[in-house]
Design a protein around this ligand. Structure first.
Ligand SMILES: Cc1cc2nc3c(=O)[nH]c(=O)nc-3n(C[C@H](O)[C@H](O)[C@H](O)COP(=O)(O)OP(=O)(O)OC[C@H]3O[C@@H](n4cnc5c(N)ncnc54)[C@H](O)[C@@H]3O)c2cc1C
Length: 282
């Protein structure tokens, strides 16, 4: 029989984690589905479960002016992040389209990241902002950029005695952003293709531009090389470069067929979104 532990504080949680393998549970909106058994019976867990959603030390959203970033505790609820004044507008728009209100009141940002689903909607924004993941164990803290933390489909760089403590989102200047989520219906759907893009224009030049696709590769697809090739160029020149941009963007992704969609549709939609994003800059 597995144990279900509800620690009183973060230190207690870390000490439990250090003792043996646990499933960490925050909102449980992914974990309970993954471990479900037949209807009407409780989920089946192979390991003990450590419940962290109640830990006040992991539940905060704060602006760090000195380091020009937002710090979000791993157990902060998506709904609270959405309602917070300092949350970047792009992340707010994304959260508004995650699940339903009931899900967003339980689900956490830490859970969305640790679940490492190609369709995890917050991830495209976190990759664009070069977010960092702060990991904690009895041995101390480790800080890993998100693109290194997520190593594959449902694979993360997390040691057995660690948990995600905090997500650090740098504040960057942005002229405009765009978020597209293509799902089977308007609300409460899992992404078939997702996209987030931001840019900063400065006297007719594109000073910064970042874009990333979700649900069309094992992890979020972002090409720093393609982004760099567009920086410090006049907007009209970038529009003129659209055929090359679309060709390069197509190489960024490797969609698959699954129960939600097929790779031909995903590739076509990703291209259309990229084209719309670039044309919108003008
Ligand atoms: C009906 C429904 C609709 C959904 N719609 C969407 C959607 O539109 N977009 C989307 O992206 N997702 C969606 N999801 C998935 C899910 O709600 C999110 O991924 C959510 O953010 C997970 O957070 P959680 O706190 O519930 O994670 P949990 O289920 O508690 O945990 C998920 C995983 O993360 C690990 N984990 C959690 N917290 C930590 C931590 N602090 N440190 C280390 N590991 C941790 C757990 O061990 C587990 O492996 C949906 C789910 C449901 C059931």
């Amino acid at each position: 029989m597995v144990r279900h532990i509800i620690p009183n504080n973060l230190n207690e949680a870390l000490n439990f984690l250090n003792e043996g393998p646990f499933h960490i549970m925050a909102g449980g909106t992914d974990l309970m589905i993954q471990k479900r058994s037949t209807a009407g019976t409780p989920p089946k867990f192979a390991k003990d479960v450590l419940y962290i959603a109640n830990l006040a030390e992991l539940n905060y959203i704060k602006k760090d002016e000195a380091h020009r970033c937002i710090r979000i505790g791993a157990a902060a609820k998506l709904e609270d992040i959405y309602n917070h004044v300092d949350t970047p507008a792009l992340l707010k728009d994304i959260i508004r389209e995650i699940g339903s209100p009931g899900i967003r009141h339980s689900a956490t940002l830490g859970g969305n990241i640790a679940n490492a689903s190609p369709a995890g909607d917050s991830l495209v924004a976190l990759y664009l902002f070069d977010a960092e993941i702060v990991l904690l164990s009895v041995d101390g803290e480790r800080i890993v950029p998100i693109k290194k933390f997520i190593t594959g489909v449902r694979r993360i760089d997390l040691r057995s005695n660690e948990l995600i403590k905090e997500i650090v989102i740098p504040i960057i200047p942005i002229t405009a952003y765009k978020w597209y989520k293509v799902g089977g219906r308007r609300a409460d759907s899992i992404s078939k293709v997702s996209f987030a893009g931001v840019y900063l224009s400065n006297f007719g030049l594109v000073a910064d531009i970042r874009f990333a696709f979700g649900s069309v590769s094992a992890t979020v697809a972002r090409s720093i090389e393609l982004e760099n090739s567009l920086k410090n160029r006049p907007i009209e020149q970038i529009i003129g470069d659209l055929p090359r941009i679309l060709e390069e963007a197509d190489k960024m992704i490797s969609p698959i067929d699954d129960q939600r969609s097929n790779k031909i549709y995903r590739r076509k939609v990703a291209g259309n979104i990229m084209e719309r994003f670039i044309k919108n800059i003008a």
